[in-house]
Design a protein around this ligand. Structure first.
Ligand code: SF4
Ligand code: SF4
Length: 508
């Protein structure tokens, strides 16, 4: 057993209200610069839909992530090193600006500085890349906002295409009428990151101390193989500096025990941050299991129980501090992923072993039950509806379980049980242990899960060890603050020392 620790995230999709505060605050902090106008380290997609960049889930086109060879080994879907090097100057698997969108602003000066005349001054849209006027804005990073399920968008969703092939036109139409939800996305800081393996210059790296994946700006040669190899399309090319950039998991904040900007500002309180312990010796094996349905349980099996004395001893021997072990024991992320098993990985079939997991939304099922005039909070009604509403479950399974509907149904049943059990508690009725037992939990576990998911207090949502603080202080001493620092002293906690934000290679 080789114990390693990672700071991971869980998002509860039932609580995302699609306000995009996370995207805007992230952009203000990290990509409010020349060359990154089109870049959203955090974006929020309305599903079903195409997403950002368009149809990023279509790996037949983009060739992102890993595939398993017949001999059971993993290789990058983008091909071997020779093939990738041969595509350096003409990579057909690289998204173009049109796949993201042409970023634009408006000629606001016209409104205030136009000379007096007969006509009303107008502010035309202009490209932030070329500076040229744009005749017609036809796409944006959030173009499908709230249009999930609309026929013109839903049919272009790669998952919808797949389901349609499997179950036919009739069910596609029912499905379109049934639901929409939001999917906020950041880099997954994967355990088996394709971006790191694809980088020929060794610029992409995963930090040993906390698992955060970063780009060493000094090493990056701008070959963009990380962009095409990342199946989540969460590495971006800065066309001004000629280097790759990506979500940093707000490492200067995390190092001093603060949540990421997107988490801190999340209006829906739907993000959770905490430590996961895992066995590094199991990662490759878990990512290479033959049956895609086994990928989720295999990744679950690579995580370690922080309460197990043997794991604690091995972790200490590996140099993990008591502060990190204490955080791992109190980790809300571990509770949601491993204890209650209500969080699932995004597209585990990409075999990168992502570390931002999602609690699937129960709301489409509740809405559908309520629309029939029945009680949408009743356990019996909800359990029945989860079974009957095959199409949302099929869709969620493609998104979060490599198509395994059994896994998603089990999670939704747990969520439905929590809803029904807690309604009785809140109405002053007797606690009904049979509801909890029906999903393999105790009443107390349901109440603890409810506290975490529904009450969601700040200190319960974010348990981030500050043991890296000593390192962070040392870094701050050794690097003078960049003039362009996007994270203010207030944001870092007032009197706390500011950090140099150049991603510094701190581990091999
Ligand atoms: S999601 Fe992040 S860590 Fe995973 S492959 Fe993409 S850029 Fe790399
Ligand atoms: S801030 Fe939170 S609730 Fe709002 S869109 Fe982002 S993840 Fe969803």
């Amino acid at each position: 057993m080789r114990v390693m620790a990672q700071v991971a995230m869980v998002m509860n999709l039932d609580k995302c209200i699609g306000c995009h505060t996370c995207s805007v605050t992230c952009k203000q902090a990290w990509t409010n610069r020349k060359g990154t106008e089109y870049v959203w380290f955090n974006n929020v997609e309305t599903l079903p839909g195409q997403g950002y960049p368009r149809r990023w889930e279509d790996q037949e086109k983009w060739k992102g992530g890993w595939e398993r060879t017949r001999s059971g080994r993993l290789r990058l879907k983008a091909g071997g090193r020779a093939k990738r090097l041969g595509q350096i100057f003409a990579n057909p698997e690289l998204p173009q600006i049109e796949d993201y969108y042409q970023p634009w602003t408006y000629e606001y000066k016209n409104l205030t500085e136009a000379p007096a005349g007969e006509d009303m001054p107008v502010a035309r849209p202009v490209s932030q890349v070329t500076g040229e006027p744009i005749d017609k804005i036809e796409w944006g990073p959030n173009w499908e906002d709230n249009l999930g399920g609309a026929p013109e968008h839903a049919v272009k969703d790669p998952i919808v295409e797949k389901i349609r092939d499997e179950v036919g036109e009739r069910i596609r139409m029912e499905f379109e009428q049934s639901f929409m939800f939001y999917l906020p996305r950041v880099c997954e800081h994967c355990l088996n990151p394709a971006c790191v393996s694809a980088c020929p210059s060794g610029a992409m790296y995963k930090r040993v101390e906390d698992g955060i994946v970063l780009v060493d700006q000094d090493q990056c040669r701008g070959w963009r193989m990380c962009v095409s190899s990342c199946p989540y399309k969460k590495v971006y090319f800065n066309h001004s500096t000629g280097k790759a950039e990506k979500c940093t998991f707000c490492f200067p904040r995390v190092e001093v025990g603060l949540p990421t900007v997107c988490s801190e500002t999340c209006v829906g309180r739907m993000r959770y941050l905490g430590v996961m312990l895992y066995d590094a010796d199991k990662v490759t094996e878990a990512a290479a299991v033959e049956d895609e349905h086994d990928l989720y349980p295999a990744q679950l099996g690579a995580f370690l129980d922080p309460h197990d004395p043997a794991v604690q001893a091995a972790a200490r021997a590996a140099g993990i501090t008591d502060e990190w072990l204490d955080a791992a024991r109190r980790s809300p992320v571990h509770d949601l992923i491993a204890t209650y098993q209500v969080a699932l990985p995004l597209h585990p079939e990409y075999r990168t072993m992502p570390m931002v997991w999602y609690v699937p939304p129960l709301s489409p099922v509740v809405d559908a039950v309520a629309a029939t005039g029945s009680d949408g909070e009743d356990a019996g009604n909800l359990f029945g509806a989860i079974d009957a509403l095959r199409i949302p479950v099929e869709y969620l399974a493609e998104l979060l379980a490599a198509g395994d509907t059994y896994v998603v149904e089990a999670v939704l049943r747990r969520m439905a049980a929590m809803r029904a059990y807690m309604r009785r508690v809140n109405l002053g009725q007797d606690r009904d242990e049979s509801i909890a037992a029906a999903v393999g939990l105790t009443g107390q576990e349901i109440e603890d899960m409810f506290r975490l998911l529904a009450v969601a207090k700040y200190e319960d949502r974010y348990v981030i060890p500050t043991a890296a603080r000593a390192d962070a202080d040392a870094l701050a001493d050794s690097h003078p603050l960049d003039d362009g620092c996007p994270v203010s002293a207030e944001a870092l906690g007032g009197s706390r020392p500011l950090l140099n934000l150049s991603p510094t290679r701190r581990s091999a």
